[in-house]
Design a binder for this molecule. Structure first.
Ligand SMILES: Cc1ncc(COP(=O)(O)O)c(C=O)c1O
Length: 264
C-alpha cells in the first residue's frame, strides 16, 4: 500500500479513502478540534512525547476531551500496519469525538523559500491551541503565492515578525547569533523551535521587526516536516547567504539530534 494511503479511524486501520467522518461533526463544520503532525523515520516516531503533551494541552485549552492512551494506541496500530516508513503522521481529534491518523509523505529535498510578508493577528482565544482552524494560515500561503512567493511570513500590523503558516522562523541579523520571536508574541510553541533553542548556544528568543529583517544575513523556517529550510528572499530583499553558515549548523545539529534520539 502506498505511503499516503493508510489511515487509522477510532482505532481501526484502513485504507485512507475508506476513512470517513460525518458531515455534522463540528471538526469539519467549525474547525473545532486539535491536531499534531509527527515525524516518522523508518517506522520510528520522533518527539512523540512532546507531541502528546502539546496535544493534551491544546485539548485542555479548547475544552475538548481526548484519551491520550487511545491516541498512542492508534498511532502504534497505524505504524504496525505501515511498516518502516519515513514521512509524517497527521493526527487529529474532532469535537464530534473522532480520532483520525493519516500517514503522509514528506518531500526529501526542498528548495530555499521565497517569502512574502502577510499581515496577521493571532486569535488570542486560541493561545496554546494547535486547532483545526487553519483556514487563515492556508489563505496566507495562497496570498503569498499570488505575490510570486513560495510561502508566507506572518507579520503583525505593527510590524512584528511572527512565524510561517506552518513553521517557526529563525533569523540572523548580525551573522553571529540566531533569533526567533518569543512565545509571548503568540507564535506556536513549535517542537522543532524548542529543540533548536536547546541545541544551539547561539540561538535565543527575541522580538524581530519587519524593518530589522531588511538587513538579515540569513534565515530559515523550522518545523517537524521541514526540519531546517533556508530562506532565499523576503519580499524584495535577497538574503546574502543561502543557506547561511548558521543555518547549515542548525540543519546539521538537528539531523544529528534526530539520529541520537532515535538511536540510529
Ligand atoms: C503556526 C505554526 N508554527 C510553527 C509550526 C512548527 O511546529 P513544529 O516544530 O512543532 O512542527 C507549526 C507546525 O505545524 C505551525 O502550524
Amino acid at each position: 500500500m502506498a505511503l499516503t494511503a493508510l489511515a487509522v479511524l477510532d482505532g481501526t486501520v484502513l485504507p485512507a479513502d475508506e476513512a470517513t467522518i460525518g458531515v455534522t461533526d463540528l471538526g469539519l463544520l467549525r474547525g473545532d478540534g486539535v491536531f499534531e503532525v509527527i515525524s516518522v523515520y523508518e517506522g520510528k516516531l520522533f518527539a512523540m512525547e512532546d507531541h502528546l503533551r502539546r496535544m493534551a494541552n491544546s485539548a485542555q485549552n479548547l475544552r475538548l476531551e481526548i484519551d491520550l492512551g487511545a491516541v498512542t494506541a492508534d498511532v502504534d496500530a497505524l505504524l504496525a500496519e505501515a511498516g518502516p516508513v519515513t514521512g509524517a503522521i497527521r493526527y487529529f481529534v474532532t469535537r464530534g469525538g473522532r480520532r483520525v491518523g493519516l500517514i503522509e509523505a514528506v518531500p526529501e529535498e526542498r528548495e530555499p523559500l521565497i517569502l512574502a510578508s502577510i499581515e496577521y493577528v493571532p486569535p488570542r482565544v486560541l493561545d496554546g491551541v494547535k486547532s483545526l482552524s487553519y483556514g487563515g494560515n492556508m489563505l496566507a500561503t495562497r496570498l503569498a503565492v499570488e505575490k510570486g512567493a513560495t510561502e508566507a511570513l506572518l507579520v503583525t500590523p505593527h510590524g512584528r515578525v511572527l512565524e510561517g503558516p506552518t513553521s517557526s522562523i529563525f533569523v540572523s541579523l548580525d551573522g553571529e547569533t540566531l533569533v526567533t520571536p518569543p512565545l509571548s508574541d503568540r507564535v506556536l510553541d513549535s517542537i522543532t523551535r524548542r529543540r533548536l533553542l536547546a541545541l544551539l548556544p547561539f540561538a535565543r528568543e527575541e522580538v524581530v521587526t519587519r524593518e530589522e529583517l531588511r538587513g538579515a544575513r540569513e534565515a530559515f523556517f523550522a518545523s517537524t516536516t521541514r526540519e531546517v529550510q533556508p530562506v532565499a528572499r523576503i519580499d524584495d530583499d535577497d538574503l546574502p547567504a543561502v543557506p547561511g553558515p548558521l543555518t547549515q549548523q542548525a540543519a546539521d545539529a538537528f539531523a544529528a539530534h534526530i539520529r541520537d534520539e532515535l538511536g540510529a
